[in-house]
Design a binder for this molecule. Structure first.
Ligand SMILES: [Ca+2]
Ligand SMILES: [Ca+2]
Length: 169
């Protein structure tokens, strides 16, 4: 095979292995996050304005996309949109779509991560429930985003503490 054919096949295989990219339009077709840490890139351009959140106030009308995540342990997650190209907002809801955390402007104007880009830190999640992560925009802002989700397992911390205490009892 010619080298460029091999490269093409490698690229094709890499695309297939990368799995779902880009958030879904609504909770019904949310892109499933299989495990954390998780990174993805995508756009809200061409998607609908299905959701809104009161950070910093209700009544905004930007397009949004949705991811879903069902942790198998109790954990604290951080959702970082560093690298996004527009004035983002991000929030997370519980299975009933009640908002449990929201951020608008973690990174200030001119920040290397992007002006007025969002980061939501230390949201506590329970095992066995489906949570929805919505990437939205301030006002009517939409564009290309980057998302990175990391987690600290609470159970691990508790287990360590139990182990330490057991040394003294
Ligand atoms: Ca919206
Ligand atoms: Ca923002």
């Amino acid at each position: 095979m010619r080298p460029f054919v091999v490269l093409f096949l490698i690229a094709l295989a890499a695309t297939a292995l990368a799995g779902p990219r880009q958030g879904g339009d609504t909770v019904a077709d949310a892109t499933v996050i299989p495990s954390i840490p998780f990174t993805d890139t995508g756009t809200t351009v061409g998607y609908n304005d299905d959701y809104d959140a009161p950070c910093p106030f209700w009544g905004q009308f930007a397009a949004d996309v949705v991811y879903s995540y069902a942790p198998d342990q109790v954990e604290l997650v951080t959702i970082d949109l560093c690298g996004s190209a527009y004035d983002t907002r991000v929030w997370i809801t519980d299975p009933d779509l009640t908002i449990i955390g929201c951020n608008n402007d973690y990174y200030p104007d001119g920040d290397p991560c992007g002006s007025f880009v969002s980061r939501l830190e230390g949201v506590s999640l329970e095992a066995g429930f489906v949570y929805y992560i919505v990437i939205d925009g301030y006002g009517g802002a939409e564009g290309e985003y980057a998302i990175e989700i990391t987690a600290t397992p609470v159970a691990a911390a508790a287990t360590t503490w139990t182990a330490i205490r057991s040394l003294y009892h």
